[in-house]
Design a protein around this ligand. Structure first.
Ligand code: ATP
Length: 694
């Protein structure tokens, strides 16, 4: 305001006008206290009586250009003689009441009855509006999840088995289970529900099970679906009802497990192997390597062939189909991403030409080569021919399909592949199921009833698992699988009980440095705990997962931490380490089962438990939501940092759920602004997180 006054004065000087035009403004600036004593002083010749007016006093050269007039303070003309402004009582009365000297401070003009009447009406109206707003605020129960989750799916447990012995598990399966989770382990809520509902003997192949298993992160959903699956496969094998489909392809699995990333596929396959090594079922991972399933980097057929043979010979390649070898490979369960499984079924490269055409069409339309957008994808000359490998997997024998992380595999990015694969399995087993493409709203994650295909009935057991049931998934299941059983744990859509949350504020300086400080604080606490418990040996420092939203941020933070002596693994979707198709880059972070813990070795590059120098051995994993799904991290990981606000609370639950698993404790640190711009978002986030912890 002061600058406005100065500006007016400058303007007055330059134009030779008076500065009267700005004086009403100056009157607004003056506080009631300063107005005191000047009431009624309307003489234009009177000297200015306040600092502001003094500063406006015309002196020297300016004096010749204009005069200074200080507006009367007691009666600013623009409000006083009119009907009071909506809801405001006459000013004089309010201010004199505030001063407590209503006797001495009478308004210059008495307030008319009409003014009082309007003021009273306005006051009543305003009070009514305020009360209404307060009522509304009270009635809106903050449910941060209602937009994203279908919370109606939660169900009470009822009477469920308390031990893994009822119904009886195969002795070999029970033995492996004990090896993995201990002899005294009891079923978690979702496992108890699985024991109750999924162990029923199948009387006929026409009655396939359709079920959704939903429970909070780290609550043992893998065991909940693996036990009924493995037990049924073994029973049928022993009972002689193992299917013998007509496929002459090398791989004829009886069950498929679908997962969204190759890291999760590998972990699940490895876990399933450990659970079935006594009952001798053959489990494979289809995640040969994370080579993009696009034609972008592909060249000629020979180049692709070479690439495949390199991958096939890598240590981790679990499906080994060397050049020319097409022998049958006995397998019971194959685990993989829908894209990899489709490649096995249809042949590697089956959709590369189509994708290349779509890409070319997009580029053409962006560069306005075809402004009317009528170009036909099939007419585009791609410049070279595409090569499609022989199909490797037959689907006739598939009796079980598990869709792990179902919410993501039925979301817009994955659903086309997922539904195509499911339809192909159904077709191979003699039932045609249309894969209706979903239109635009579904592509945004909202399935409209009209978009959804009719009731689908697959000719195999169909299990879905998820830690979250978004409304889009719930709508899809209601429309297409109305008879599907939904089993949900009571704590679905909540953070695990052992998980504490903390909100950390940015200092306003370098955010990377803030994160580093926080990491060091965690380690300082570890050292303190170590000292308190008077343990001998080196301090065991916590491992920490840091979630960011963008690839660039991951790389930048990883580089910063490395430069500060905090060795980290920075992992994004396109990271080179992922291309190798193994999980070695995550060794030291992923859960290791007792049998697989490596012996410390000086020559090994693999992190070992005994080493705790964070400048040498990565103790920090920086990544995006890519690794927030399903991976079972080591119980050493007690801290998750959420650096960027997640896309939604579903994302938050999955990120946070990488710690505090299987009843362990853990802490999630959510970074945000506590002051200034952006602090409102942090407050909102805090409320939402609070609701998840309830
Ligand atoms: N009944 C049990 N008792 C003790 N530990 C268990 C039990 N069931 C599973 N676990 C352990 O809990 C951990 C988490 O299991 P799992 O990965 O299956 O969880 P999840 O529910 O699938 O998690 P997410 O939603 O993140 O995928 C595993 O290490 C597993 O060995």
């Amino acid at each position: 305001m002061l600058s406005a006054l100065k500006f007016s004065r400058v303007l007055a000087r330059s134009t030779g006008d008076t500065v009267t035009s700005c004086l009403h403004t100056s009157s607004i600036l003056l506080s009631p206290a300063r107005r005191k004593g000047r009431r009624g002083s309307s003489k234009t010749s009177a000297p200015p009586k306040n600092r502001l007016a003094k500063s406006l006093k015309v002196t020297g050269k300016a004096k010749r250009l204009g005069t200074l007039e200080v507006a009367p303070k007691s009666r600013p003309a623009f409000i006083r003689d009119k009907v009071p402004h909506e809801g405001k009582a006459p000013r004089e009365r309010v201010s004199s009441r505030r001063r407590g000297d209503s006797e001495t401070r009478r308004p210059d003009k008495p307030i008319t009855t009409e003014q009082k009447h309007f003021a009273a009406i306005a006051h009543t109206e305003r009070a009514g509006r305020r009360a209404e707003a307060a009522r509304e605020r009270r009635s809106v129960v903050i449910n941060p999840l209602e937009q994203e989750f279908d919370i109606s799916s939660r169900s009470s447990l009822g009477v469920v088995p308390k031990y893994f012995s009822s119904p009886p598990l195969l002795p070999g399966l029970r033995q492996c289970l004990h090896e993995l989770i201990g002899e005294n382990a009891r079923p978690t809520a979702i496992q108890a529900l699985s024991l109750k509902h999924l162990f029923k003997q199948r009387d006929s192949e026409e009655r396939w099970t359709e079920c959704l298993l939903a429970s909070e992160t780290g609550s043992g959903k893998s065991i909940a679906y693996l036990l009924p699956l493995l037990q049924d496969l073994k029973h049928r094998e022993v009972g002689g009802s193992r299917p013998s489909g007509s496929s002459r392809r090398p791989l004829n699995p009886r069950a498929l497990i679908l997962a969204p990333t190759h890291e999760l596929s590998r972990q699940l396959a490895s876990f399933a192997k450990k659970l079935s090594h006594v009952i001798k079922l053959r489990i494979m991972c289809a995640s040969r390597a994370n080579v993009p399933s696009t034609a972008k980097e592909r060249g000629t057929a020979s180049k692709m062939k070479k690439l495949m043979s390199v991958l096939d010979n890598s240590d981790d390649a679990e499906i080994i189909i060397r050049n020319g070898e097409r022998a049958s490979h006995p397998v019971d369960v194959i685990v993989g991403t829908p894209m990899k499984l489709l490649e096995l079924e249809k042949g590697r490269g089956w959709n590369w030409e189509q994708r290349a055409r779509e890409r070319a069409l997009l580029i053409n339309s962006n560069s306005a080569l075809e402004p009317d957008g009528l170009q036909d994808a099939s007419s585009i000359d791609l410049g070279h021919k595409f090569w499609v490998d022989e199909p490797e997997m037959g689907l006739e024998n598939v009796e079980w399909v598990i869709v792990d992380e179902a919410d993501i595999l039925f979301d817009p990015d994955f659903q086309e592949s997922t539904r195509t694969l499911l339809a192909d399995i159904a077709a191979a087993r003699g039932r045609s199921v249309p894969v209706t493409p979903l239109s635009t709203p579904a592509a945004q994650g909202v399935h409209l009833k009209s978009d959804l295909p009719q009731h689908i009935s697959y000719p195999f057991n169909f299990l879905l698992t998820s830690a979250t049931i978004p409304t889009s998934l719930s709508n899809y299941l209601s429309a297409c699988h109305p008879t599907l059983t939904r089993l949900a744990s009571p704590r679905l859509h909540h953070l695990p009980r052992g998980l504490r949350t903390e909100h950390a504020s940015w200092t306003g300086g370098n955010k990377d440095a803030d994160i580093e400080r926080r990491i060091r604080r965690v380690w300082a606490e570890d050292a303190l705990d170590h000292a308190k418990t008077a343990r001998s040996g080196p301090v065991s420092l916590s491992k920490i997962i840091v979630f960011c939203n963008k690839r660039r941020k991951v790389e930048e933070l990883g580089a910063f931490l490395d430069s500060r002596g905090v060795k980290s693994v920075a992992l994004t979707g396109s990271a080179e380490s992922r291309q190798r198709g193994s999980n070695h880059h995550l060794d030291g972070f992923l859960k290791r089962n007792p049998s697989s813990v490596s012996v410390p070795s000086t020559s090994s590059t693999t992190p070992v438990a005994s080493s705790s120098d964070p400048a040498v051995i990565p103790h920090v994993l920086v990544t995006t939501s890519l690794l927030s799904r399903g991976l079972d991290f080591s119980p050493d990981i007690k801290h998750v940092f959420i650096v960027d606000e997640p896309r939604n609370m579903i994302d938050f639950l999955h990120r946070a759920g990488r710690t505090g698993r299987a009843g362990e404790t853990g802490k999630v640190v959510v970074f945000g602004r506590s002051k200034g711009r952006g602090s409102g978002r942090a407050v909102e986030m805090r409320k939402r997180v609070g609701a998840l912890s309830a």
